[in-house]
Design a protein around this ligand. Structure first.
Ligand SMILES: [Zn+2]
Length: 425
């Protein structure tokens, strides 16, 4: 048995050379003037060594990953530009190692929230829920990813006539906290005895798509933990499209003041919008599903990391949308409830004001094309008073993050009902 395991291990090592990030540093840099911004934009567009965790589009603070062979280049650069900077992660590989199960606490394939789980474990757990709760849980496959993995969606419906919420998570491959959080909340909806949670489960229909980018997620587990995009082949050298820049509504439409789409036409970029809208089968599957279920959803919630914010449409415009006031009020209540749980303060507002431009994202598509009135992107934990981890939040934070997100959902629903949304049938 040991021998067989050894062979498997050797084969696995040969098949996939896993990227390592030994001694990679992450700096927080402050972009405060035009010269610094232009230099950082140029660096983001041209360097394949430096890696920005969010695209530098405006003045503000950004996290920049610096490989060991670029340490001196980085020091020169920040000196020349007189740019404020702070070392926040000393050795990125150490963070990645912390995410792995230390001692096999359980057999493979068993679902829990002590660790991040594989696509296969999450999908078979969803199937098991359908067996356990056959009267109100239904699991379907809404399409297949580029590499042929199923896009599994779970519907929870306890009675006819409920209004519905769509929860999309883990569309960005490296944002592991997404699927960990949505599955934890789903589990609470099925098993909690807390009356407010039971109310959510009984009086709302829930559609969970825990892993919206299964190829990308698997790739982060086997090859490169820092991967963001899908895995479709785009050119001889570059793979993947940013799926959250590939949706049809306002795809590649620039923001009116900055002229930025928040995406890129370069196939190698982390924010590549794709050769055309819905080039990615993952995004297309979501669109087809929403199209086939027009009019049932009052809310579309996309779970991402990391920023501690609740964003709403549009990602390419500062012009207030017709129900801006409702989105702000419901978002504020969601953030207030979230804060009460563990003291994490979220900001709430229009995507461009709060974070950055991002045309072709799912939140805008749900709102703009399918008129789903409450459409939010939650940027959850990553860096804060609990530590600086970025996309690589250690597993001990899964449950605290999920607990406060359940509160966020409770706050959202209670406030939305004041506006006649998500009303009990
Ligand atoms: Zn994201």
């Amino acid at each position: 048995m040991k021998f067989v395991f050894l062979i498997v291990a050797v084969v696995a090592t040969v098949l996939c050379e896993k990227s390592r990030y030994d001694n990679y540093r992450v700096y927080k840099i402050e972009i405060k003037n035009r010269e610094q911004l232009d230099a950082m934009k140029y660096l983001a567009d041209t360097s394949d060594s430096f890696n920005f965790w969010t695209q530098p589009l405006h003045f503000g603070s950004y996290e920049l990953m610096v490989p060991p062979h670029k340490f001196s280049h980085f020091s020169e650069m920040v000196d020349n530009l007189n740019m404020q900077h702070e070392l926040i992660i000393k050795n990125l590989q150490e963070l990645h190692d912390k995410e792995l199960p230390l001692n096999k606490r359980k057999a493979d394939g068993v679902m829990d929230w002590e660790d991040y789980q594989s696509v296969e474990t999450i999908h078979s757990w969803m199937d098991s829920l359908q067996v356990e709760f056959p009267t109100f849980v239904n699991v379907t496959t809404i399409g297949n990813s580029y590499e042929g993995r199923p896009m599994k969606l779970l519907k929870l419906s306890k009675k006819a006539g409920n209004r519905a919420i769509f929860v999309e998570s883990h569309i960005h491959a490296r944002e592991w906290i997404g699927s960990a959080t949505s599955t934890w909340i789903l589990n609470q909806l099925l098993r909690s005895n807390v009356s407010a949670v039971v109310d959510l489960a009984n009086n709302i229909d829930w559609y969970f798509l825990p892993i919206a980018n299964p190829d990308g997620y698997e790739y982060t587990r086997t090859n490169n933990r820092n991967w963001r995009k899908t895995r479709s082949k785009q050119s001889a050298l570059c793979y993947g499209v940013d799926p959250n820049r590939n949706f049809g509504y306002n795809w590649m439409v620039p923001e009116e003041i900055t002229g930025s789409t928040g995406s890129s036409v370069s196939p190698c970029s982390d924010v590549y919008s794709g050769p055309y809208n819905f080039s990615e089968p993952e995004c297309y599957a979501i669109d087809r599903f929403l199209d086939a279920h027009r009019g049932i959803f009052d809310a579309y919630l996309a779970l991402h990391s990391y920023d501690h914010s609740i964003l709403y449409p549009y990602g390419n415009s500062r012009v207030p949308v017709p129900n801006d006031e409702v989105l702000k009020a419901v978002g504020d209540e969601s953030a207030r409830r979230l804060y009460e749980k563990h003291g994490i303060q979220y900001r709430v507002g229009n995507q461009v004001f709060i974070l950055y431009e991002a045309s072709g994202n799912s939140q805008d598509h749900a709102y703009g094309k399918y008129k789903i009135p409450i459409s939010y992107t939650y940027e959850m934990r990553g860096s804060g008073s609990y530590g600086n981890f970025g996309f690589f939040l250690p597993p001990e934070f899964i449950i605290p993050n999920a607990e406060e997100m359940l509160e966020a959902f409770l706050g959202l629903v209670s406030k939305a009902r004041e506006y006649g949304l998500l009303a009990t049938a």
